[in-house]
Design a protein. Structure first.
Length: 150
């Protein structure tokens, strides 16, 4: 028999079903948090909050409730953000595999030269292009959000 104190803590060390958290659903990743919402108060102060939180402006005291944002819109942004991160991770993984294959064959000079060219191309051309697309897509989803202070 396993006993729990009045505060809910277990008396004996064991795996308690009360404290076990549910596993993330398929497609969810516990390491990737949801994106923060940037809020701009009428007085010009900016701050950020997670979805469902209340943010109070430190200057004027106005309060904004982010739970009034439509859940479907925020879910679309979370999905878009997750897809953006996954694609970047996939590109890095493919590049790492290519570099590993070249390193195993012993072609170190071509590997270093190729790595330099790929990194310059990635950081100067491809990543900024992808980032602009992502920012534009998020901007299109958030245009209709107009939170009023409470």
């Amino acid at each position: 028999m396993i006993l729990h104190r009045t505060d809910g803590a277990c008396v004996e060390p064991h795996i308690c079903t009360r404290t076990l958290a549910a596993a993330p659903a398929i497609g969810e990743d516990a390491r990737m948090g949801s994106p923060a919402i940037t809020l701009r108060c009428d007085c010009g102060t900016e701050g950020s909050a997670q979805y469902g939180e209340r943010w109070t402006c430190p200057n004027c005291g106005r309060s904004y409730d982010t739970s009034r944002i439509p859940a479907s819109d925020y879910a679309a942004i979370t999905s878009l953000d997750r897809r953006y991160r996954r694609r970047s991770q996939a590109v890095v993984a493919v590049l790492a595999l290519v570099i590993l294959a070249i390193a195993i064959t012993g072609q170190f000079l071509p590997m270093l030269a190729g790595l330099g060219v790929v990194m310059v191309g990635w950081f100067l051309y491809i990543k900024p292009l992808v980032h602009r697309r992502h920012k534009r897509a998020v901007g299109e989803l958030t245009r209709s959000w107009e939170l009023t202070p409470e």
